[in-house]
Design a protein around this ligand. Structure first.
Ligand code: ADP
Length: 421
């Protein structure tokens, strides 16, 4: 198998977001959780994304991890490489976007790449090199208080310049609207001036399509998930891929369970709606803390109901309830206890024959996927913006819908059941 696009993503949910964008643009996409072990049978794909957990690691570690992922992708024949980071350019002055991009460029012997985190659908835009989140500059948005990567400078040129010894330049909106040829000329001009990194403006998806077209021959492109939007069309134009490719996805049969460990507003609504006409088991963090084997209780409860319609196992609670539990157990401890319990439950459910799992919550999804030992996912149809059905690689194949807490409409679960692969 020879792939067209090989992507290195600096976190798991970011990788899913990128995967979703590429599938919608017609690429058969596989997402791997880390560099795969030798012998893992990866399904036929146009694009492979290696999801790392490198965003907040020290720069040297992030570089080593990213290069390992990139080398593996090159061995798979990747024609073009993509480095995916967050749409809010999450990084500190010491890390990681500049160092990783530099190391990737050096390793492939290239001397120029572009940077663009914009994602207009989610209201991230770049104008004159300044990153906006909604109507606010990045530095005035909630990102200034981020616990790991506080962003206090909205100028991407300045932020990136502090992360690299190479020169950083800017291609402005006024050039972007002139089209792909003008952009390519601008890239050449910057390169002649010894500039190796160009931040790109973009405000709409149309701009992103133009940027993608201009980057058709670039060996390495970097950006959020939006910047990748225009790349699949290049492969179609070059005759390397047909439009509207669909992956052959495994047929999955077996009972369905919803696991909700998110307490976000959207999940609260989704849980309340599902409880109206489905059986549900509520997980009590205090019972877990008391030493009770709550995972076993949940499995015994579910065991009797699995042949019927989908069931719900949830710890979703109101902010007041969560606060009360956290006051008694500590925030971290409560969180990890609940996550671990869901991991055990997921393993037990699969042992009982469950083959479709919908999981609400970013951390909860990570815990479930980790407990199940999932190594990779083929990306299927989208249920709601940003949340596709996915299929685990290996045996048995599981259909997984992994939803970040605040995503999806109130009837998300029912929609997912209807679309059920
Ligand atoms: P989201 O995507 O909404 O942020 P996450 O799964 O990432 O959801 O995070 C939710 C966190 O809250 C997890 O660590 C989970 O274990 C924890 N949690 C879930 N239910 C409860 C509860 N009832 N009390 C306290 N903590 C909880």
């Amino acid at each position: 198998m020879s792939i067209l696009l090989g992507c290195v993503a600096d976190d798991f949910t970011g990788a899913s977001d990128l995967a979703n964008t590429l599938v919608k643009a017609g690429m058969r996409t596989v997402q791997l959780l880390g560099v795969p072990r030798k012998g893992l049978k990866v399904p036929e794909a146009d694009c492979i994304i290696v999801a790392l957990k490198s965003r907040s690691n020290p720069a040297e570690e992030a570089v080593t991890m990213s290069l390992a992922a990139m080398h593996w992708l090159r061995q798979q024949g990747a024609r073009q490489l993509y480095f995916k980071y967050c749409s809010t350019f999450d990084s500190t002055d010491k890390g990681n976007i500049g160092p990783v991009a530099d190391a990737m460029l050096d390793s492939i012997g290239a001397d120029f790449t572009v940077f663009n985190p914009s994602f207009p659908t989610n209201k991230r835009t770049v104008y004159k090199g300044y990153l906006f989140v909604g109507d606010e500059l990045l530095s005035e948005s909630g990102m200034r208080h981020h616990p790991l990567t506080p962003m206090t400078d909205p100028s991407l040129v300045r932020v990136l310049q502090r992360q690299t010894r190479h020169k950083v330049g800017l291609v402005q909106y006024s050039t972007v609207v002139k089209g792909a040829a003008a952009l390519r000329n601008a890239f050449d001009d910057l390169r002649k001036q010894g500039i190796r990194h160009a931040v790109l403006d973009s405000i709409t998806d149309d701009h992103l399509m133009t940027l993608g077209e201009a980057c058709a021959d670039m060996k390495l492109v970097t950006g959020g998930s939006g910047m990748a939007m225009g790349l699949p069309a290049n492969f179609i134009r070059q005759g390397l891929m047909q439009a509207g490719q669909r992956a052959t996805l495994p047929k999955v049969t077996g009972p369905t369970v919803v696991i909700a460990g998110s307490c976000s507003v959207a999940t609260q609504g989704q849980v309340a709606l599902m409880r109206k006409d489905h059986e549900a088991f509520e997980l009590d963090p205090m019972a877990i803390a008391s030493g009770r084997d709550v995972a076993q209780d949940a499995l015994d409860w579910a065991g009797k109901r699995l042949s019927e319609k989908p069931v719900l196992i949830y710890s979703t609670a109101t902010p007041e309830q969560v606060k009360a539990v956290q006051n008694k157990l500590g925030r971290e401890h409560a969180g990890s206890m609940v996550e671990e319990t869901f991991g055990k439950i997921a393993r037990g459910l699969v042992a009982k024959g469950v083959r479709r799992l919908l999981v609400a919550g970013g951390e909860t999804s990570g815990a479930v996927v980790g407990a199940l030992g999932v190594e990779g996912l083929a990306i299927g149809p989208e249920i709601d913006p940003g949340v596709p059905w996915t299929f685990s690689i290996g045996e048995p194949s599981l259909a997984l819908a992994l939803k970040s807490g605040n995503f999806g409409t109130p009837d998300f679960f029912t929609k997912a059941f209807k679309l059920q692969p």
